[in-house]
Design a protein around this ligand. Structure first.
Ligand SMILES: Nc1ncnc2c1ncn2[C@@H]1O[C@H](COP(=O)(O)OP(=O)(O)OP(=O)(O)O)[C@@H](O)[C@H]1O
Ligand SMILES: [Mg+2]
Length: 305
C-alpha cells in the first residue's frame, strides 16, 4: 500500500484527497474472507490529474468510465483505485455473447433445489467491491441494461425470480472502453449517463520515462532516451495519419524491453514488440526506418541495461 501511496504523493496528488481516501478505507474495513480480492497493482498509475478526477468521483459515490486507446493505463488505473480505496475487486471482461445472467447470476441445482449462483456483479454489490467492467462496449446493450438500476442512484440489483438486493455503500463500478478495437460498439446513452467519463491521456515524454524507469530501474540514460524518442516518433506519425496506431503499442514495447533485459538485441526485440504489429508492408517500412534511426544496429542488450 505504502509504495503506491508514496508514488502518488511524489506526483503531487492532493494530500487532502489522499487523506479522504484513507478515511474511506478506515470506514469500510474488509472482512478476512475477502482479503484475497484486495490486490496490489503491478505498478503505480502515473498521471496526477486523471487519478484525481477518478478518485474524487469515486469518493462522491459515482461510477467512472475510462475511455482511451490501447495501453493508456485504463486497467492499471482501475487496479490502483481499488487498491488505495482498500476494496476487493471483481474483474469482468465483457464480450458479444455475454448475457445478463453472466453478470447477475444464474439458477443452479444444489441439493435438489434451484438456487441462485451469484454472478460477479452480485458478489461485488453485496461485498462492497470495486467492479471493473472491462471493455464494456463489447457487450450487447440488452445484456447491460440489467445494470441500470445498479449503476444509478437506486443502487439496487433486481435478480429475476429472487429478491432485490441493495448495494453495499462502498460498492463502485469502473468501466473501461476503447473506441478503436474491432468488435466494439457504441455505448448506449442511458448507460453512459450513469458514469462520469474520463478520457485517458496519451503518453508524453515525461510519463513514458517514468513508466519505463519504474519497470526497469536499471535502464541506462541514453538507451531510455532513445526508446522514449522512438515511441514518441511513432505517436507523432500516427497523429499525422502517416501510420496506423497498430505499431504504437506500449504493451508491445514493454514486452520487447523485457526480452532485451533478458539478453536479446534491441533491434530483434523491437521487431517483435513494435514493427511486426503492423501487417501492412508499406507501413512496416516506415516503422522500421524509425527504429533504425533511433537504435544503432550494433547495440546489444548492454546498451539499454
Ligand atoms: N499512466 C500509466 N501509468 C502506469 N502504467 C501505465 C500507464 N499507461 C500505460 N501503462 C502501462 O502500459 C501497460 C498497459 O496498461 P493497461 O493494461 O492498463 O492499458 P489499457 O488502457 O487497459 O489497454 P487496453 O485498452 O489495450 O486494454 C501496462 O504495463 C501499464 O503498466
Ligand atoms: Mg485494458
Amino acid at each position: 500500500m505504502e509504495i503506491i501511496i508514496e508514488a502518488l504523493e511524489e506526483q503531487g496528488v492532493s494530500a487532502n484527497l489522499l487523506k479522504e481516501i484513507a478515511a474511506f478505507r478506515a470506514h469500510y474495513p474488509v472482512e478476512e474472507a475477502l482479503q484475497n480480492r484486495v490486490t496490489a497493482p503491478d505498478m503505480p498509475y502515473y498521471g496526477r490529474e486523471t487519478f484525481e478526477m477518478a478518485a474524487y468521483a469515486l469518493l462522491q459515490g459515482e461510477n467512472i468510465l475510462l475511455t482511451g486507446s490501447k495501453a493508456t493505463g485504463k486497467n492499471i488505473l482501475a487496479e490502483n483505485l481499488a487498491w488505495v480505496f482498500g476494496r476487493p475487486s471483481y474483474n469482468m471482461s465483457f464480450h458479444v455473447n455475454m448475457d445478463s445472467s453472466a453478470l447477475v447470476g444464474a439458477d443452479t441445482f444444489r441439493g435438489g433445489e434451484v438456487q441462485l449462483r451469484p454472478g460477479p456483479v452480485y458478489q461485488c454489490a453485496v461485498n462492497g467491491g470495486f467492479g471493473i467492467f472491462d471493455e464494456i462496449n463489447m457487450a450487447k446493450n440488452d445484456a447491460v441494461s440489467v445494470l441500470h438500476a445498479t449503476l444509478d442512484y437506486r443502487r439496487i440489483m433486481d435478480v429475476p425470480g429472487y429478491d432485490k438486493i441493495h448495494l453495499h455503500d462502498a460498492t463502485r463500478f469502473i468501466g473501461t472502453m476503447n473506441y478503436g478495437y474491432a468488435g466494439t460498439r457504441e455505448l448506449n446513452e442511458a448507460l453512459v449517463s450513469r458514469f462520469l467519463v474520463i478520457e485517458m491521456p496519451t503518453v508524453t515524454e515525461e510519463s513514458l520515462t517514468y513508466i519505463l524507469k519504474r519497470m526497469f530501474p536499471d535502464f541506462k540514460a541514453e538507451g531510455l532516451s532513445q526508446i522514449c524518442g522512438l515511441f514518441l516518433d511513432l505517436q507523432l506519425k500516427a497523429d499525422n495519419n502517416e501510420i496506423s496506431t497498430k505499431p504504437l503499442d506500449l504493451r508491445g514495447l514493454i514486452g520487447a524491453l523485457k526480452t532485451v533485459h533478458a539478453g536479446l538485441s534491441p533491434r530483434a526485440a523491437l521487431r517483435m514488440g513494435i514493427v511486426n504489429k503492423s501487417f501492412d508492408l508499406f507501413e512496416r517500412e516506415i516503422v522500421e526506418d524509425i527504429v533504425m534511426t533511433r537504435i544503432p544496429e550494433e547495440w546489444t542488450a548492454a546498451a539499454l541495461f
